[in-house]
Design a protein. Structure first.
Length: 28
């Protein structure tokens, strides 16, 4: 697992969190 992989995972998690808190902003 490359360290870039973990960063991508974190970004995905953040996007999901943001999507829940800000439904007005459609993220995928």
């Amino acid at each position: 697992m490359s360290r870039g992989d973990k960063r991508e995972r974190d970004r995905e998690k953040n996007q999901r969190k943001n999507y829940k808190t800000r439904p007005d902003k459609k993220l995928g």
